[in-house]
Design a protein around this ligand. Structure first.
Ligand code: FYN
Ligand code: ADP
Length: 601
């Protein structure tokens, strides 16, 4: 399939020179022929992909140029990991695979953390990386950026494919899209060797080889007996609880999920990225009574939430078990698209396997079929006990938030953020850090679905700017990023990207001069600082100013409020360096128990 033209273009591609400029003959021939570059782009466009997040370089530089010329939006980053995180969260927001494009070996590896994170979090994403010459790589003859990328990606991806011939590009893209979004979504790797791009084939045959994927994420209807079993268990419960996970948010079945909760009047607990699926101020929310409802519930229905570490594996003291691994006595219903998820940690008494939209609507239909008088709300005793615990926690929180200490602490700064988010419920909230994450999660209420994006299943630091950029690009609206000063450091250089694309992102750094807190000292009295502290009084806001954005130095809640309000009014890229007490913060935030040597403060 490779023509003379292809070989010439290929030489140009591997030397980084634009193949378009190699010869006039190539231009004439391209009337009847299509090359690998255009087949890739047309294959993506055919499937509704309109944005690529990436970083140009050999051998994909020209692909990014041609993508822009072909009308795709190309968002070019400073580091592939951030482009990867952006692609993955775009996938979460849209149910379409987010595309991350990288160069070979090192660029590929930089994108791989994001790919693995996407797989772990069930975000649909395709990492497309250029790669070096197969024959040389396989004989380990020392090619430029030599690496067997496909083999390395496989264990970290839901699926991994390589395309060697132009006529297979359509199939490769179709397979990657299906793998990313069908069933449990995940990260997919697509390896495109440098040699593929300049290959040419007959244009008509090439276009015919492209595939528009039909029904990429088919509905999966749950079995009626599984639905009946779940409803029976729920109906017999004295102290039922629904846990909503980010799978429920991903499913975009918002109205039915709300109807199920309101019709059954069962209290619910949102996992972090499910906050806002119903407004956090909803009277049935048990978020402020978390440590009460988990051990006390008798039947728990999980909707798109796994019983992993974030839910203490469904057992142990969090769930009322007598020892750290003992079952607490709850019966579980699990609604999930993955048939293998049930029984992964404790017995699931009623698995309901299917897509959440279909499952929730089947559950609603089964409840309705019993007639409205047959379904009664959970016992008042249960609802009152939750309300009592919740009111106590909310009152305690209100008291803490009302304080105005000098310097600011997490609470007084986040009281401002809480008001701003309430006044701007459509804004996207990105959140990472340790204390900055944990306090924001419980203090800042969310009002709409899929507005909160955070570190997810892995507790990964570094998602901040990548998620913010994607959130702004996909939603077209305001983004507020609440960042620990340590967390921000992982992706801070992307403020240049934010400025370059003029995105309405307001970054707030809760700056306490270090990892967890900023008051640690070197125990030897030596010259080096403690490994946990940063430069004191660092002026992070100047980083944004350096690229033409707005920097704000805020030492009081009023300055923080003014800075955020102005950022939202102007839609200008803004970084607010919110100085908080360097003694504020606990080692590992609220997950101190997972840190074997956590310093108790
Ligand atoms: C929650 N709470 C509230 C409210 N919402 N009180 C008042 N008002 C409101 N609105 C209460 C809630 O009942 C808890 O108190 C407490 O606040 C904390 O709530 P949260 O955050 O829901 O619960 P918890 O125990 O922290 O949740 C466990 C967790 C969570 C594992 C799900 O910590 C988590 O998502 N952690 C991720 C950590 C992470 O990834 N870190 C990154 C690495 S950091 P009680 O009911 O009294 O307990 C590296 O070091
Ligand atoms: P959280 O961390 O919020 O608890 P998890 O990531 O642990 O959420 O769980 C998400 C679950 O949702 C996964 O088990 C995944 O299989 C499931 N899931 C994702 N999308 C869908 C969908 N459309 N329908 C059903 N289940 C889904």
């Amino acid at each position: 399939m490779e023509s003379v033209t292809a070989t010439r273009k290929e030489t140009a591609a591997t030397t980084g020179q634009s193949p378009d400029t190699t010869s006039a003959a190539a231009a004439a021939q391209s009337q009847q022929e299509i090359d690998g570059f255009h087949l890739v782009l047309e294959g993506l466009k055919l499937n509704g992909i309109d944005t690529i997040f990436g970083l140009p370089g050999i051998p994909i530089t020209d692909l990014t140029r041609k993508a822009q010329a072909a009308g795709l939006r190309v968002i070019s980053f400073r580091h592939e990991q951030n482009a990867g995180y952006a692609a993955s969260i775009a996938g979460f927001m849209t149910q379409k695979p987010g595309i991350c494009l990288t160069v070979s070996a090192p660029g590929f590896l930089n994108g791989l953390t994001a790919l693995a994170n996407a797989t772990t979090n069930c975000f649909p994403m395709i990492l497309i990386s250029g790669s070096s010459e197969r024959e040389i790589v396989d004989l380990q003859q020392g090619d430029y950026e030599e690496m067997d990328q496909l083999a390395i990606a496989k264990p970290l991806a839901k699926a991994a494919f390589r395309v060697l011939h132009a006529e297979d590009i359509g199939i490769g893209i179709a397979r990657a899209i299906r793998a990313a979004v069908s069933g449990r979504p995940g990260g997919v790797y697509l390896d495109l060797p440098a040699k593929l791009f300049p290959q040419t084939m007959d244009a008509q045959a090439g276009r015919n080889s492209l595939i528009k994927v039909v029904d990429p994420a088919p509905r999966q209807i749950p079995a009626p007996d599984a639905v009946a079993r779940a409803v029976e268990l729920l109906k017999g419960a004295k102290r039922p609880l629904i846990v909503l996970g980010k799978g429920a948010a991903y499913a975009q079945a918002d109205a039915d999920i709300r109807a199920l909760i309101e019709k059954t009047r069962i209290p619910y607990l949102p996992m972090a990225m499910a906050k806002g699926l119903l407004p956090d101020t909803h009277e049935q929310s048990a978020a402020a009574a978390r440590s009460f409802v988990l051990p006390e519930a008798d039947v728990v229905m999980l909707i798109g939430a796994r019983l992993n570490w974030l839910l203490s594996h469904g057992k142990g003291k969090t769930w009322g078990g007598k020892t750290s691994k003992a079952w607490g006595g709850q019966k579980f219903i699990q609604v999930d698209i993955s048939p293998q998820e049930a029984d992964s940690n404790v017995r699931i008494d009623a698995p309901v396997v299917g897509d959440i939209g279909s499952c929730v609507s089947a559950l609603l239909a089964a409840i309705d079929a019993r007639g409205s008088s047959a379904w009664t709300a959970p016992p008042e005793e249960w609802r009152n006990a939750i309300a009592e615990r919740k009111n106590k926690n909310v009152a305690k929180m209100a008291e803490t938030l009302a304080k105005n200490p000098t310097p600011m602490n997490f609470h007084s700064a986040l009281a401002v953020v809480r008001d701003i988010v309430k006044a701007n419920p459509d804004a996207m909230l990105v959140n990472e850090g340790a204390n900055a994450l944990d306090f924001t999660r419980s203090i800042v209420d969310m009002y709409k679905p899929r507005k909160r994006l955070d570190v997810g299943t892995w507790g990964v630091m570094g998602i901040g700017m990548g998620f913010s950029i994607a959130a702004a690009v996909v939603s077209g609206g305001q983004v507020i990023a609440i960042e620990g000063d340590s967390a921000f450091g992982f992706s801070g250089m992307e403020v240049e990207t934010i400025c370059r694309y003029g995105l309405p992102v307001c970054v707030v750094i809760l700056n306490n001069n270090g990892v967890y807190r900023g008051d640690e000292v070197n125990p030897t009295g030596g010259r080096d600082p403690s490994p946990l502290v940063f430069v004191k009084d660092a002026r992070y806001e100047k980083l944004m100013e350096a690229f033409g954005g707005v920097g704000v130095y805020a030492t009081t809640p009023d300055q923080l409020r003014k800075g955020m309000e102005e950022a939202i009014r102007s839609r200008r890229p803004t970084l607010i360096n919110a100085i908080i007490d360097e003694k504020a913060g606990t080692e590992s935030g609220r997950i101190t128990s997972l840190n074997p040597s956590a310093k108790k403060v």
